[in-house]
Design a protein around this ligand. Structure first.
Ligand SMILES: [Zn+2]
Ligand SMILES: [Zn+2]
Length: 592
Protein backbone atom coordinates (compact mmCIF):
# COMPACT_ATOMS: atom_id res chain seq x y z
CA UNK A 1 0.00 0.00 0.00
CA UNK A 2 1.49 3.32 0.91
CA UNK A 3 5.24 3.51 1.20
CA UNK A 4 5.99 0.81 -1.35
CA UNK A 5 8.70 3.11 -2.54
CA UNK A 6 10.94 4.23 0.27
CA UNK A 7 10.14 7.85 0.65
CA UNK A 8 9.89 10.34 3.41
CA UNK A 9 6.18 10.90 3.49
CA UNK A 10 4.80 14.36 3.12
CA UNK A 11 3.74 15.63 6.50
CA UNK A 12 0.00 15.20 5.96
CA UNK A 13 -1.72 18.42 6.82
CA UNK A 14 -3.67 18.32 10.05
CA UNK A 15 -7.05 18.88 8.43
CA UNK A 16 -6.66 15.99 6.03
CA UNK A 17 -5.39 13.82 8.85
CA UNK A 18 -8.49 14.57 10.91
CA UNK A 19 -10.69 13.84 7.89
CA UNK A 20 -9.02 10.49 7.23
CA UNK A 21 -8.85 9.40 10.83
CA UNK A 22 -12.55 10.20 11.21
CA UNK A 23 -13.18 8.05 8.13
CA UNK A 24 -11.23 5.26 9.86
CA UNK A 25 -13.64 5.46 12.81
CA UNK A 26 -16.58 5.29 10.41
CA UNK A 27 -15.03 2.23 8.79
CA UNK A 28 -14.43 0.58 12.17
CA UNK A 29 -18.03 1.17 13.20
CA UNK A 30 -19.19 -0.32 9.88
CA UNK A 31 -17.00 -3.38 10.47
CA UNK A 32 -18.32 -3.76 14.04
CA UNK A 33 -21.91 -3.59 12.90
CA UNK A 34 -21.31 -6.25 10.22
CA UNK A 35 -19.01 -8.40 12.31
CA UNK A 36 -19.74 -7.75 16.02
CA UNK A 37 -17.10 -10.25 17.21
CA UNK A 38 -14.31 -8.06 15.71
CA UNK A 39 -12.10 -6.52 18.41
CA UNK A 40 -10.64 -3.07 17.77
CA UNK A 41 -6.91 -2.54 17.31
CA UNK A 42 -5.44 0.78 16.15
CA UNK A 43 -6.76 2.90 13.28
CA UNK A 44 -4.53 5.85 12.38
CA UNK A 45 -4.46 8.14 9.38
CA UNK A 46 -1.43 7.43 7.17
CA UNK A 47 0.03 9.06 4.08
CA UNK A 48 -2.78 9.22 1.50
CA UNK A 49 -5.30 7.34 3.65
CA UNK A 50 -5.88 5.32 6.78
CA UNK A 51 -6.10 1.81 8.12
CA UNK A 52 -7.77 0.03 10.97
CA UNK A 53 -6.72 -3.26 12.59
CA UNK A 54 -9.20 -5.84 13.84
CA UNK A 55 -8.82 -9.03 15.83
CA UNK A 56 -11.21 -11.48 14.15
CA UNK A 57 -11.54 -15.30 14.25
CA UNK A 58 -11.47 -15.60 10.43
CA UNK A 59 -9.65 -13.41 7.87
CA UNK A 60 -11.90 -10.96 6.03
CA UNK A 61 -12.86 -11.88 2.47
CA UNK A 62 -12.24 -9.39 -0.35
CA UNK A 63 -16.03 -9.15 -0.91
CA UNK A 64 -16.36 -7.92 2.66
CA UNK A 65 -14.82 -4.57 1.64
CA UNK A 66 -17.82 -3.81 -0.59
CA UNK A 67 -20.22 -4.52 2.28
CA UNK A 68 -18.21 -2.28 4.59
CA UNK A 69 -18.21 0.55 2.04
CA UNK A 70 -21.99 0.33 1.72
CA UNK A 71 -22.44 0.40 5.50
CA UNK A 72 -20.04 3.36 5.76
CA UNK A 73 -22.19 5.29 3.26
CA UNK A 74 -25.21 4.70 5.52
CA UNK A 75 -23.31 5.92 8.61
CA UNK A 76 -22.21 9.04 6.75
CA UNK A 77 -25.80 9.56 5.54
CA UNK A 78 -27.03 9.31 9.16
CA UNK A 79 -24.80 12.35 9.94
CA UNK A 80 -24.02 11.26 13.49
CA UNK A 81 -22.03 13.67 15.68
CA UNK A 82 -18.53 12.68 16.87
CA UNK A 83 -18.55 13.19 20.61
CA UNK A 84 -15.49 13.54 22.79
CA UNK A 85 -15.55 12.20 26.31
CA UNK A 86 -12.93 12.21 29.06
CA UNK A 87 -12.70 9.24 31.37
CA UNK A 88 -10.47 8.20 34.24
CA UNK A 89 -8.06 5.50 33.12
CA UNK A 90 -9.38 2.95 35.63
CA UNK A 91 -12.93 3.63 34.53
CA UNK A 92 -11.95 3.32 30.85
CA UNK A 93 -10.35 -0.07 31.52
CA UNK A 94 -13.61 -1.31 33.02
CA UNK A 95 -15.62 0.34 30.26
CA UNK A 96 -13.69 -1.40 27.44
CA UNK A 97 -13.59 -4.66 29.38
CA UNK A 98 -17.37 -4.47 29.53
CA UNK A 99 -17.48 -4.03 25.73
CA UNK A 100 -15.16 -7.01 25.19
CA UNK A 101 -12.42 -4.82 23.66
CA UNK A 102 -9.45 -6.82 24.92
CA UNK A 103 -6.83 -4.97 22.87
CA UNK A 104 -8.01 -1.59 24.14
CA UNK A 105 -7.84 -2.92 27.71
CA UNK A 106 -4.31 -4.17 27.14
CA UNK A 107 -3.27 -0.86 25.57
CA UNK A 108 -4.72 1.06 28.52
CA UNK A 109 -3.07 -1.22 31.05
CA UNK A 110 0.39 -1.29 29.49
CA UNK A 111 0.88 1.95 27.54
CA UNK A 112 -1.45 4.64 28.87
CA UNK A 113 -0.48 5.34 32.42
CA UNK A 114 -1.95 8.86 32.65
CA UNK A 115 -4.90 9.47 34.91
CA UNK A 116 -7.35 10.53 32.24
CA UNK A 117 -7.96 9.30 28.68
CA UNK A 118 -10.28 10.47 25.93
CA UNK A 119 -12.92 8.50 24.05
CA UNK A 120 -14.63 9.37 20.79
CA UNK A 121 -18.12 8.17 20.07
CA UNK A 122 -20.51 8.28 17.13
CA UNK A 123 -23.76 6.31 17.15
CA UNK A 124 -23.08 3.30 19.38
CA UNK A 125 -19.41 3.06 18.35
CA UNK A 126 -16.80 4.11 20.93
CA UNK A 127 -13.03 4.17 20.54
CA UNK A 128 -10.17 5.12 22.80
CA UNK A 129 -8.65 8.04 20.93
CA UNK A 130 -6.77 11.28 21.36
CA UNK A 131 -8.63 12.87 18.44
CA UNK A 132 -9.25 15.33 17.00
CA UNK A 133 -12.20 14.39 14.84
CA UNK A 134 -14.66 16.03 12.47
CA UNK A 135 -17.86 17.35 14.06
CA UNK A 136 -20.16 14.87 12.29
CA UNK A 137 -19.92 11.75 10.13
CA UNK A 138 -21.84 13.62 7.42
CA UNK A 139 -18.77 15.81 6.75
CA UNK A 140 -17.10 12.86 5.00
CA UNK A 141 -17.85 12.68 1.29
CA UNK A 142 -18.58 9.00 0.52
CA UNK A 143 -17.70 9.60 -3.17
CA UNK A 144 -14.11 10.28 -2.09
CA UNK A 145 -13.76 7.14 0.04
CA UNK A 146 -12.46 3.79 -1.14
CA UNK A 147 -11.34 0.72 0.76
CA UNK A 148 -8.27 -0.64 -0.95
CA UNK A 149 -7.02 -3.88 0.53
CA UNK A 150 -6.81 -6.31 3.42
CA UNK A 151 -3.51 -7.40 4.93
CA UNK A 152 -2.33 -9.32 7.96
CA UNK A 153 -0.59 -7.16 10.57
CA UNK A 154 0.81 -8.05 13.98
CA UNK A 155 -0.62 -6.30 17.02
CA UNK A 156 1.71 -3.40 17.73
CA UNK A 157 3.86 -4.48 14.76
CA UNK A 158 5.52 -7.20 16.83
CA UNK A 159 5.83 -10.66 15.26
CA UNK A 160 5.50 -12.26 18.71
CA UNK A 161 1.97 -10.86 19.01
CA UNK A 162 -1.21 -12.12 17.39
CA UNK A 163 -1.92 -11.46 13.74
CA UNK A 164 -4.71 -8.97 13.13
CA UNK A 165 -6.61 -8.11 9.96
CA UNK A 166 -5.84 -4.66 8.62
CA UNK A 167 -8.13 -2.86 6.20
CA UNK A 168 -6.50 -0.07 4.20
CA UNK A 169 -8.59 2.73 2.79
CA UNK A 170 -8.22 6.16 1.33
CA UNK A 171 -10.34 9.26 1.73
CA UNK A 172 -10.41 12.46 -0.31
CA UNK A 173 -12.63 15.49 -0.47
CA UNK A 174 -14.36 14.34 -3.66
CA UNK A 175 -14.40 11.74 -6.41
CA UNK A 176 -12.11 13.79 -8.62
CA UNK A 177 -9.35 13.81 -5.99
CA UNK A 178 -9.92 10.12 -5.31
CA UNK A 179 -9.62 9.24 -9.00
CA UNK A 180 -6.47 11.33 -9.36
CA UNK A 181 -4.98 9.50 -6.38
CA UNK A 182 -5.90 6.06 -7.75
CA UNK A 183 -4.33 7.07 -11.07
CA UNK A 184 -1.12 8.06 -9.24
CA UNK A 185 -1.07 4.66 -7.53
CA UNK A 186 -1.47 2.91 -10.90
CA UNK A 187 1.26 5.08 -12.40
CA UNK A 188 3.56 4.21 -9.48
CA UNK A 189 2.93 0.50 -10.17
CA UNK A 190 3.73 0.99 -13.85
CA UNK A 191 6.96 2.71 -12.83
CA UNK A 192 7.95 0.22 -10.12
CA UNK A 193 11.71 -0.20 -10.51
CA UNK A 194 11.55 -3.89 -9.56
CA UNK A 195 9.16 -4.63 -12.39
CA UNK A 196 10.93 -2.37 -14.90
CA UNK A 197 14.29 -3.71 -13.75
CA UNK A 198 13.22 -7.18 -14.91
CA UNK A 199 11.37 -6.04 -18.04
CA UNK A 200 14.29 -3.90 -19.22
CA UNK A 201 16.80 -6.52 -18.03
CA UNK A 202 18.69 -4.01 -15.87
CA UNK A 203 19.26 -5.84 -12.57
CA UNK A 204 17.78 -8.31 -10.14
CA UNK A 205 18.27 -9.90 -6.77
CA UNK A 206 18.36 -13.66 -6.41
CA UNK A 207 17.25 -15.95 -3.66
CA UNK A 208 20.23 -18.16 -4.52
CA UNK A 209 22.80 -15.43 -3.83
CA UNK A 210 20.94 -13.87 -0.93
CA UNK A 211 18.27 -11.21 -0.53
CA UNK A 212 19.26 -7.56 -0.68
CA UNK A 213 22.32 -8.26 -2.83
CA UNK A 214 21.97 -6.79 -6.29
CA UNK A 215 23.17 -8.37 -9.53
CA UNK A 216 23.66 -5.72 -12.20
CA UNK A 217 22.86 -7.19 -15.62
CA UNK A 218 24.71 -5.80 -18.67
CA UNK A 219 22.16 -3.08 -19.44
CA UNK A 220 21.89 -1.86 -15.86
CA UNK A 221 25.67 -1.98 -15.61
CA UNK A 222 25.88 0.21 -18.73
CA UNK A 223 23.64 2.85 -17.16
CA UNK A 224 25.65 2.69 -13.96
CA UNK A 225 28.98 2.93 -15.78
CA UNK A 226 27.80 6.02 -17.69
CA UNK A 227 26.74 7.69 -14.45
CA UNK A 228 30.00 6.70 -12.75
CA UNK A 229 32.07 8.10 -15.64
CA UNK A 230 30.14 11.35 -15.48
CA UNK A 231 30.56 11.37 -11.70
CA UNK A 232 34.34 10.89 -11.98
CA UNK A 233 34.78 13.63 -14.58
CA UNK A 234 32.78 16.09 -12.50
CA UNK A 235 34.72 15.23 -9.33
CA UNK A 236 37.97 15.79 -11.10
CA UNK A 237 36.68 19.14 -12.31
CA UNK A 238 35.60 20.05 -8.75
CA UNK A 239 39.05 19.32 -7.33
CA UNK A 240 38.50 15.94 -5.67
CA UNK A 241 41.02 13.09 -5.53
CA UNK A 242 39.85 9.51 -6.03
CA UNK A 243 40.75 6.86 -3.53
CA UNK A 244 40.04 3.13 -3.33
CA UNK A 245 39.75 1.34 -0.01
CA UNK A 246 39.20 -2.35 0.90
CA UNK A 247 35.87 -3.94 1.71
CA UNK A 248 37.11 -5.32 5.02
CA UNK A 249 39.14 -3.93 7.88
CA UNK A 250 40.29 -4.98 11.33
CA UNK A 251 37.87 -4.57 14.20
CA UNK A 252 40.23 -2.09 15.85
CA UNK A 253 39.51 0.49 13.15
CA UNK A 254 35.77 0.34 13.80
CA UNK A 255 36.36 0.39 17.55
CA UNK A 256 38.28 3.59 17.18
CA UNK A 257 35.66 5.09 14.85
CA UNK A 258 32.91 4.12 17.29
CA UNK A 259 30.98 2.09 14.70
CA UNK A 260 31.29 -1.13 16.70
CA UNK A 261 29.89 0.63 19.72
CA UNK A 262 27.12 2.66 18.07
CA UNK A 263 26.22 0.83 14.86
CA UNK A 264 27.05 -2.78 15.68
CA UNK A 265 23.48 -3.93 14.91
CA UNK A 266 23.97 -2.90 11.30
CA UNK A 267 27.39 -4.59 10.99
CA UNK A 268 27.85 -8.23 9.99
CA UNK A 269 29.64 -10.76 12.15
CA UNK A 270 33.41 -10.61 11.88
CA UNK A 271 35.59 -13.11 10.06
CA UNK A 272 38.77 -14.45 11.56
CA UNK A 273 41.99 -13.74 9.66
CA UNK A 274 45.19 -14.86 11.40
CA UNK A 275 43.37 -14.81 14.72
CA UNK A 276 42.14 -11.23 14.30
CA UNK A 277 38.55 -10.10 13.75
CA UNK A 278 37.93 -8.38 10.42
CA UNK A 279 34.64 -6.69 9.56
CA UNK A 280 32.88 -5.80 6.32
CA UNK A 281 32.93 -2.02 6.26
CA UNK A 282 29.62 -0.30 6.93
CA UNK A 283 31.10 3.10 6.01
CA UNK A 284 34.09 4.46 4.12
CA UNK A 285 34.95 7.30 6.48
CA UNK A 286 37.54 5.57 8.72
CA UNK A 287 39.53 4.45 5.70
CA UNK A 288 39.65 7.98 4.29
CA UNK A 289 40.83 9.26 7.66
CA UNK A 290 43.71 6.75 7.62
CA UNK A 291 44.79 8.13 4.25
CA UNK A 292 44.59 11.69 5.58
CA UNK A 293 46.63 10.83 8.64
CA UNK A 294 49.20 8.79 6.70
CA UNK A 295 51.53 11.80 6.79
CA UNK A 296 51.80 15.18 8.43
CA UNK A 297 49.42 17.71 6.89
CA UNK A 298 49.87 21.45 6.85
CA UNK A 299 47.31 24.17 6.22
CA UNK A 300 48.87 24.41 2.76
CA UNK A 301 47.61 20.88 1.95
CA UNK A 302 44.03 21.80 2.76
CA UNK A 303 41.33 21.47 1.67
CA UNK A 304 41.73 17.77 0.85
CA UNK A 305 38.78 16.14 -0.85
CA UNK A 306 38.77 12.34 -1.10
CA UNK A 307 36.04 10.67 -3.14
CA UNK A 308 35.31 7.01 -3.63
CA UNK A 309 32.63 4.84 -5.15
CA UNK A 310 32.86 2.77 -1.99
CA UNK A 311 30.92 -0.45 -1.52
CA UNK A 312 29.63 -0.95 2.01
CA UNK A 313 27.60 -3.66 3.71
CA UNK A 314 24.91 -3.07 6.30
CA UNK A 315 22.45 -5.38 7.92
CA UNK A 316 18.83 -4.64 7.05
CA UNK A 317 16.09 -6.92 8.43
CA UNK A 318 14.73 -9.08 5.60
CA UNK A 319 11.25 -7.58 6.00
CA UNK A 320 12.53 -4.11 5.10
CA UNK A 321 14.47 -5.08 1.96
CA UNK A 322 12.92 -3.50 -1.10
CA UNK A 323 14.24 -3.94 -4.64
CA UNK A 324 17.17 -1.56 -5.18
CA UNK A 325 15.96 0.95 -2.63
CA UNK A 326 16.80 -0.98 0.51
CA UNK A 327 19.59 -3.52 0.15
CA UNK A 328 22.38 -5.12 2.16
CA UNK A 329 25.35 -4.24 0.00
CA UNK A 330 25.60 -0.98 -1.90
CA UNK A 331 28.05 1.43 -3.44
CA UNK A 332 28.01 4.93 -2.03
CA UNK A 333 29.26 7.87 -4.04
CA UNK A 334 31.08 8.99 -0.98
CA UNK A 335 33.43 11.86 -0.29
CA UNK A 336 35.09 13.43 2.71
CA UNK A 337 36.42 16.93 2.79
CA UNK A 338 39.06 17.94 5.33
CA UNK A 339 39.60 21.67 5.63
CA UNK A 340 40.47 24.50 7.99
CA UNK A 341 37.67 26.32 9.85
CA UNK A 342 38.37 29.33 7.62
CA UNK A 343 37.79 27.26 4.48
CA UNK A 344 34.67 25.56 5.75
CA UNK A 345 32.08 27.98 4.37
CA UNK A 346 33.59 28.04 0.86
CA UNK A 347 33.74 24.26 0.87
CA UNK A 348 30.07 24.00 1.77
CA UNK A 349 29.17 26.44 -1.02
CA UNK A 350 31.17 24.26 -3.43
CA UNK A 351 29.41 21.09 -2.28
CA UNK A 352 25.96 22.69 -2.56
CA UNK A 353 26.74 23.87 -6.11
CA UNK A 354 27.90 20.34 -6.95
CA UNK A 355 24.84 18.67 -5.40
CA UNK A 356 22.45 20.90 -7.25
CA UNK A 357 24.20 20.58 -10.60
CA UNK A 358 23.97 16.78 -10.24
CA UNK A 359 20.32 16.77 -9.23
CA UNK A 360 19.34 19.09 -12.07
CA UNK A 361 21.23 16.89 -14.52
CA UNK A 362 18.92 14.05 -13.52
CA UNK A 363 15.83 16.30 -13.74
CA UNK A 364 15.00 16.33 -10.05
CA UNK A 365 13.64 19.32 -8.19
CA UNK A 366 14.37 19.50 -4.47
CA UNK A 367 13.89 21.15 -1.10
CA UNK A 368 16.80 22.03 1.22
CA UNK A 369 16.76 21.44 4.97
CA UNK A 370 19.18 22.76 7.55
CA UNK A 371 19.21 20.25 10.43
CA UNK A 372 20.39 21.82 13.68
CA UNK A 373 21.62 20.66 17.10
CA UNK A 374 19.63 17.76 18.57
CA UNK A 375 18.94 17.28 22.27
CA UNK A 376 21.80 14.83 22.71
CA UNK A 377 24.91 16.13 21.06
CA UNK A 378 28.63 15.87 21.10
CA UNK A 379 30.98 18.80 21.59
CA UNK A 380 30.14 22.23 22.96
CA UNK A 381 27.23 24.47 22.09
CA UNK A 382 29.49 27.26 20.80
CA UNK A 383 31.09 24.96 18.20
CA UNK A 384 27.65 23.89 17.05
CA UNK A 385 26.42 27.44 16.79
CA UNK A 386 29.49 28.45 14.80
CA UNK A 387 29.05 25.53 12.41
CA UNK A 388 25.32 26.15 11.99
CA UNK A 389 26.01 29.81 11.27
CA UNK A 390 28.57 28.73 8.65
CA UNK A 391 26.03 26.45 6.96
CA UNK A 392 23.46 29.27 7.01
CA UNK A 393 25.90 31.73 5.49
CA UNK A 394 26.78 29.21 2.78
CA UNK A 395 23.09 28.79 1.92
CA UNK A 396 22.48 32.52 2.02
CA UNK A 397 25.51 33.35 -0.11
CA UNK A 398 24.01 31.18 -2.84
CA UNK A 399 20.59 32.80 -2.37
CA UNK A 400 19.20 29.34 -1.55
CA UNK A 401 15.84 28.93 0.17
CA UNK A 402 15.84 26.38 2.96
CA UNK A 403 13.70 24.98 5.72
CA UNK A 404 15.12 24.73 9.25
CA UNK A 405 14.76 21.23 10.67
CA UNK A 406 15.12 22.28 14.29
CA UNK A 407 16.97 19.63 16.31
CA UNK A 408 17.21 17.35 13.24
CA UNK A 409 21.02 17.16 13.21
CA UNK A 410 22.95 13.98 14.04
CA UNK A 411 24.63 13.86 17.45
CA UNK A 412 28.04 14.56 15.91
CA UNK A 413 27.21 17.62 13.78
CA UNK A 414 24.68 19.74 11.88
CA UNK A 415 23.88 19.00 8.23
CA UNK A 416 22.11 20.14 5.11
CA UNK A 417 19.71 17.58 3.66
CA UNK A 418 18.04 17.55 0.30
CA UNK A 419 14.66 16.01 -0.38
CA UNK A 420 14.18 15.19 -4.03
CA UNK A 421 10.85 15.45 -5.78
CA UNK A 422 10.38 12.98 -8.61
CA UNK A 423 8.22 13.01 -11.74
CA UNK A 424 5.25 11.71 -9.72
CA UNK A 425 5.64 14.44 -7.09
CA UNK A 426 6.93 11.95 -4.50
CA UNK A 427 9.63 12.98 -2.05
CA UNK A 428 12.82 10.94 -1.77
CA UNK A 429 15.64 11.23 0.67
CA UNK A 430 18.37 12.99 -1.28
CA UNK A 431 21.97 14.18 -0.84
CA UNK A 432 23.35 15.06 2.58
CA UNK A 433 26.17 17.41 3.54
CA UNK A 434 27.15 16.40 7.06
CA UNK A 435 29.54 18.08 9.42
CA UNK A 436 31.45 15.84 11.85
CA UNK A 437 32.93 16.96 15.19
CA UNK A 438 33.38 13.37 16.33
CA UNK A 439 35.72 11.43 14.04
CA UNK A 440 38.48 14.08 13.87
CA UNK A 441 38.64 13.82 17.70
CA UNK A 442 38.52 10.03 17.82
CA UNK A 443 41.31 9.75 15.24
CA UNK A 444 43.23 12.70 16.64
CA UNK A 445 43.40 14.28 13.20
CA UNK A 446 45.63 17.33 12.92
CA UNK A 447 47.18 19.82 10.55
CA UNK A 448 49.92 22.36 11.11
CA UNK A 449 48.49 25.90 11.23
CA UNK A 450 50.43 28.93 9.84
CA UNK A 451 51.51 29.80 13.39
CA UNK A 452 53.08 26.36 13.81
CA UNK A 453 50.41 24.99 16.16
CA UNK A 454 48.60 21.69 15.64
CA UNK A 455 44.92 22.10 14.84
CA UNK A 456 41.94 19.86 14.13
CA UNK A 457 40.68 19.91 10.56
CA UNK A 458 36.95 20.28 9.87
CA UNK A 459 35.47 17.10 8.40
CA UNK A 460 32.53 17.05 5.98
CA UNK A 461 30.85 13.81 4.81
CA UNK A 462 28.85 14.10 1.65
CA UNK A 463 27.20 11.86 -0.92
CA UNK A 464 25.56 13.29 -4.02
CA UNK A 465 23.66 10.30 -5.31
CA UNK A 466 23.53 8.35 -2.04
CA UNK A 467 24.16 4.88 -3.38
CA UNK A 468 24.26 3.67 -6.97
CA UNK A 469 21.60 1.05 -6.17
CA UNK A 470 19.14 3.40 -4.60
CA UNK A 471 19.80 6.25 -7.00
CA UNK A 472 19.40 4.19 -10.16
CA UNK A 473 16.39 2.32 -8.73
CA UNK A 474 14.79 5.71 -8.05
CA UNK A 475 15.86 7.00 -11.45
CA UNK A 476 14.09 4.12 -13.18
CA UNK A 477 10.84 5.17 -11.48
CA UNK A 478 11.48 8.88 -12.10
CA UNK A 479 11.99 8.27 -15.85
CA UNK A 480 9.46 5.40 -15.99
CA UNK A 481 12.31 3.37 -17.50
CA UNK A 482 12.67 5.74 -20.49
CA UNK A 483 16.24 6.89 -19.92
CA UNK A 484 17.39 10.07 -21.63
CA UNK A 485 19.58 9.35 -24.67
CA UNK A 486 22.82 9.94 -22.76
CA UNK A 487 21.92 7.19 -20.26
CA UNK A 488 20.02 4.72 -22.46
CA UNK A 489 21.87 1.38 -22.58
CA UNK A 490 20.86 1.09 -26.24
CA UNK A 491 20.30 4.42 -27.96
CA UNK A 492 19.18 3.22 -31.39
CA UNK A 493 17.92 -0.07 -32.74
CA UNK A 494 18.14 -0.62 -36.48
CA UNK A 495 15.40 -2.86 -37.93
CA UNK A 496 15.16 -4.58 -41.26
CA UNK A 497 11.85 -4.98 -43.11
CA UNK A 498 13.07 -8.16 -44.83
CA UNK A 499 16.33 -10.03 -44.93
CA UNK A 500 17.20 -8.19 -48.19
CA UNK A 501 18.30 -5.09 -46.19
CA UNK A 502 20.51 -6.95 -43.77
CA UNK A 503 23.85 -5.88 -45.17
CA UNK A 504 22.81 -2.22 -45.37
CA UNK A 505 21.36 -2.36 -41.84
CA UNK A 506 24.64 -3.74 -40.52
CA UNK A 507 26.51 -0.87 -42.16
CA UNK A 508 24.11 1.62 -40.51
CA UNK A 509 24.81 0.08 -37.08
CA UNK A 510 28.53 0.28 -37.84
CA UNK A 511 28.36 3.97 -38.77
CA UNK A 512 26.39 4.82 -35.63
CA UNK A 513 28.92 2.98 -33.47
CA UNK A 514 31.73 4.86 -35.18
CA UNK A 515 29.98 8.06 -34.16
CA UNK A 516 30.26 6.83 -30.55
CA UNK A 517 26.63 5.74 -30.24
CA UNK A 518 25.20 2.58 -28.71
CA UNK A 519 23.34 0.90 -31.57
CA UNK A 520 22.17 -2.64 -32.25
CA UNK A 521 20.52 -4.58 -35.06
CA UNK A 522 17.16 -6.32 -35.03
CA UNK A 523 17.54 -8.44 -38.17
CA UNK A 524 15.11 -11.15 -37.10
CA UNK A 525 12.68 -12.64 -39.57
CA UNK A 526 9.71 -10.88 -37.95
CA UNK A 527 7.19 -8.26 -39.08
CA UNK A 528 8.66 -4.78 -38.73
CA UNK A 529 5.57 -3.65 -36.76
CA UNK A 530 6.41 -6.21 -34.09
CA UNK A 531 10.05 -5.09 -34.01
CA UNK A 532 8.99 -1.46 -33.52
CA UNK A 533 6.56 -2.42 -30.74
CA UNK A 534 9.24 -4.41 -28.95
CA UNK A 535 11.68 -1.50 -29.18
CA UNK A 536 9.00 0.73 -27.61
CA UNK A 537 8.43 -1.77 -24.79
CA UNK A 538 12.21 -1.82 -24.23
CA UNK A 539 12.07 1.99 -24.27
CA UNK A 540 14.85 2.28 -26.86
CA UNK A 541 15.02 6.01 -27.68
CA UNK A 542 15.27 5.64 -31.46
CA UNK A 543 13.94 2.98 -33.84
CA UNK A 544 15.56 3.13 -37.29
CA UNK A 545 13.74 1.12 -39.95
CA UNK A 546 15.38 0.21 -43.25
CA UNK A 547 13.39 -1.16 -46.20
CA UNK A 548 14.27 -1.29 -49.91
CA UNK A 549 13.44 2.43 -50.33
CA UNK A 550 15.90 3.43 -47.60
CA UNK A 551 18.60 1.16 -49.02
CA UNK A 552 18.18 2.76 -52.46
CA UNK A 553 18.25 6.30 -51.04
CA UNK A 554 20.93 5.62 -48.42
CA UNK A 555 18.60 6.77 -45.62
CA UNK A 556 16.77 5.44 -42.54
CA UNK A 557 13.16 5.89 -41.38
CA UNK A 558 13.46 7.35 -37.86
CA UNK A 559 10.90 6.96 -35.12
CA UNK A 560 11.48 8.34 -31.65
CA UNK A 561 10.26 6.54 -28.54
CA UNK A 562 6.72 7.48 -27.52
CA UNK A 563 5.88 9.14 -30.85
CA UNK A 564 3.91 7.85 -33.80
CA UNK A 565 5.54 9.85 -36.55
CA UNK A 566 8.34 8.68 -38.78
CA UNK A 567 10.79 10.84 -40.70
CA UNK A 568 13.36 9.92 -43.28
CA UNK A 569 16.94 11.04 -42.64
CA UNK A 570 20.45 10.26 -43.72
CA UNK A 571 22.50 8.16 -41.31
CA UNK A 572 24.76 11.17 -40.67
CA UNK A 573 21.78 13.32 -39.70
CA UNK A 574 20.53 10.68 -37.26
CA UNK A 575 23.97 10.28 -35.75
CA UNK A 576 24.26 14.08 -35.32
CA UNK A 577 20.84 14.29 -33.77
CA UNK A 578 21.53 11.51 -31.27
CA UNK A 579 24.92 12.95 -30.33
CA UNK A 580 23.37 16.38 -29.78
CA UNK A 581 20.57 14.91 -27.71
CA UNK A 582 23.04 12.88 -25.63
CA UNK A 583 25.18 15.96 -25.02
CA UNK A 584 22.15 17.97 -23.86
CA UNK A 585 21.15 15.24 -21.36
CA UNK A 586 17.54 16.28 -21.99
CA UNK A 587 14.55 14.13 -21.03
CA UNK A 588 13.50 11.53 -23.59
CA UNK A 589 9.79 12.14 -23.04
CA UNK A 590 8.38 15.54 -22.21
CA UNK A 591 11.40 17.83 -22.15
CA UNK A 592 12.74 20.19 -19.59
ZN1 LIG B 1 -10.02 8.66 16.69
ZN1 LIG C 1 31.55 9.51 5.88
Amino acid sequence: MSGEYVSDSHPADAELERYRHSTAHIMASAVKSLSPEAKLGFGPAIEDGFYYDFDVPEPFSPEFLGEVEARMAAIIEADEPFERQEMAREEAIEFFRGRGEALKVEHLETDLLDGTVTLYRHGDFVDLCRGPHLARTGEVNPAGVKLLSIAGAYWKGDARNRMLQRIYGTAWKDKKELDAYLERVEEAKRRDHRRLGRELDLYNTYEDSGPGLVMWHPKGSKVRAIIEDFWRREHERAGYDYVYTPHIARGGLFERSGHLEKFSEMMYNPMDIDGIDYYLKPMNCPAHILIYSSRGRSYRDLPMRFCELGTVYRYEPSGTLHGMLRVRGFTQDDAHIFCTPEQFEDEVVGVLDFVEMMMRTFHYTFTRYLATRPEKYLGDAATWEGAEAGLRRALERRGSDYVVDDGGGVFYGPKIDYKLIDALGREWQGPTVQLDFNLPERFDMVYMAPDGTRKRPVMIHRALLGSMERFIGGLVEHYAGAFPVWLAPVQARVMTVTDAQREYAESVVGRLKEAGLRAELDGRNEKVGLKIREAQVQKVPYSLVVGDKEVAAGTVAVRKYHTKTTETCTVEDVADRLCREAASKELLVGGD
